[in-house]
Design a protein around this ligand. Structure first.
Ligand SMILES: C[S@@+](CC[C@H](N)C(=O)[O-])C[C@H]1O[C@@H](n2cnc3c(N)ncnc32)[C@H](O)[C@@H]1O
Length: 122
């Protein structure tokens, strides 16, 4: 599963890696990105996928479901990071793996950035 799949590029790569007998799932917060990912995967010829819109960080999958969860540039956007990790941990099989890339702050932001909604989304 790709948590916050956006337009679906990483899903496309994953679809090639798992092959026709594997299955990939993407979730995203917005219907616009879900539609874009579905369109991109379909036009690339992928058939082993599904992409779903999620509300908040609640994942529409049962416990212990996925072998691998990937995510790129998503958890840093969520004000509920613990909920993201709790849900990812819940849907991963025991011994499953998560690989994610994100922005991490090592120091406090300057006040003018911390209070800026525009900066939050950059
Ligand atoms: C910076 S884009 C990255 C997209 C994709 N992972 C990539 O690498 O191209 C962030 C994506 O995360 C989605 N997103 C933001 N918060 C989310 C959340 N709480 N749960 C799921 N998706 C979220 C956004 O809609 C957007 O598509």
């Amino acid at each position: 599963m790709d948590f916050g799949c956006g337009a679906g590029f990483d899903l496309y790569v994953a679809s090639r890696i798992v092959g026709k007998d594997g299955r990939i799932c993407g979730v995203d917060l917005t219907q616009e990105m879900v539609s874009r990912a579905v369109g991109n995967l379909a036009s690339a010829g992928a058939t082993n996928f599904e992409v779903r819109k999620i509300d908040s960080e609640d994942l529409p999958y049962p416990d212990n479901f996925f072998d691998i969860v990937i995510s790129n540039g998503v958890i840093n956007l969520s004000p509920r990071k613990s909920a993201c990790f709790r849900e990812i941990h819940r849907v991963l099989k025991p011994g499953g793996r998560i690989q994610f890339a994100d922005v991490v702050l090592e120091n406090d932001l300057p006040a003018e950035l911390a209070g800026s909604l525009e900066a939050w989304s950059q």
